[in-house]
Design a protein around this ligand. Structure first.
Ligand code: SF4
Ligand code: MG
Length: 327
């Protein structure tokens, strides 16, 4: 279970006003409308659970999801529905999430009619427009999901999400099942749609490289906890947490200036019985004696950069800038 020590809030704040995601395990994220937050971790780290909580699919096990200052669970019905429509979700396996017996026209166009966003008479034109926007030929609206390729199916899933005019989209491993060349195309589509629709994304992936292509900010999770939050550039140039450094070591790079970090060692422990202290300690090449008993708190290292590691409590090297004064 994800430890929502505080609150996840207000992904759907007023347009252009900062929307706020509060406190995932004690961290507050101020999300600007249109920002992309990447959530990275191995499977079982709780990132999917977090996404489902934000999308209103699962209730949080602890803590609350707030929308415009109010806990979602206590919102009046209509506002709660507005919240749930406002955050759409795109999944890894488009085949599993698309009804095989429905035509694309209905897959994309049914919900907006049901929710009164579009009149039945305008459904065809509405769907055709969306299909064009995601790079599908509108002439294929009468076809069934199995008549499309994997990449095209993911585009159908994206159009279905966009049809509900969301403010935010949670993408859970949305390109993981696609070939690498198709991944790049779909990532480009996400980037383009983000600009056109002023979307906020929560982009969940086990692949730091994929997230690096799309996210403005990255949240690194390990066994249900946030271990580091940083702007994407910082994650790649100055990662602080040894787990983040290990994830980086696994990425192929042609950049010879990038510092070499140790790749991750050992097996991922069961999320049901995480190790004591810092949950990463059995796999950490830099573990200190206290790491097995004391859980490190998230500490702010620089504006927008937090990390939970005891190494940050060690005395830092002091750089002295002094001029020799002639006697
Ligand atoms: Fe490694 Fe200790 Fe830092 Fe955990 S707290 S990442 S075990 S050094
Ligand atoms: Mg998952």
């Amino acid at each position: 279970p994800v430890d929502l020590a505080g609150r996840i809030a207000n992904l759907l704040g007023a347009k252009h006003a900062p929307a706020v995601v509060h406190a995932v395990s004690g961290v507050d994220l101020d999300v600007q409308a249109g920002e992309v937050i990447g959530i990275v971790g191995e499977s079982g780290c709780g990132k999917s659970t977090l996404g489902r909580i934000v999308a209103g699919i699962n209730p949080p096990s602890a803590g609350t999801v707030h929308y415009q200052g109010q806990p979602v669970h206590s919102l009046p019905r209509a506002e709660r529905r507005a919240y749930e429509l406002g955050v759409q979700m795109i999944f890894q396996n488009p085949m599993a999430s698309l009804n095989p017996r429905m035509r694309v026209l209905d897959i994309i166009g049914e919900a907006p009619v049901v929710h009164g966003l579009v009149r039945k008479a305008d459904q065809r034109a509405y769907v055709a427009d969306l299909m064009r926007q995601v790079g599908l030929d509108p002439d294929y609206a009468q076809r069934y999901p199995h008549q499309f390729s994997g990449g095209q199916r993911q585009r159908i899933g994206i159009a279905r999400a966009l049809a509900l005019k969301p403010r935010a989209i949670v993408c859970d491993e949305a390109v993981a099942a696609l070939d690498v060349s198709i991944q790049a195309q779909v990532l480009n589509l996400f980037t383009q749609l983000r600009r056109e629709f002023e979307l906020t994304y929560l982009f969940i992936s086990h692949n730091l490289g994929v997230v690096g292509h799309i996210a403005d900010r990255v949240v690194i999770m390990y066994l249900g906890r946030v271990v580091e939050v940083a702007p994407t550039d910082t994650v790649f140039t100055r990662p602080n947490h040894p787990y983040t450094q290990a994830l980086l070591a696994e990425l192929p790079t042609l950049d010879t200036t990038r510092r070499a970090y140790q790749p991750i060692q050992g097996e991922l422990p069961s999320p049901l019985a995480p190790p004591s202290g810092c949950a990463f300690h059995p796999r950490c090449p830099q573990a200190l004696p206290r790491c097995s008993s004391e859980r490190p708190a998230l500490k702010t290292l620089a504006p927008g950069h937090t990390s939970a590691c005891h190494l940050n409590d060690l005395p830092q090297p002091i750089t002295v800038h002094a001029k020799a004064v002639p006697a």
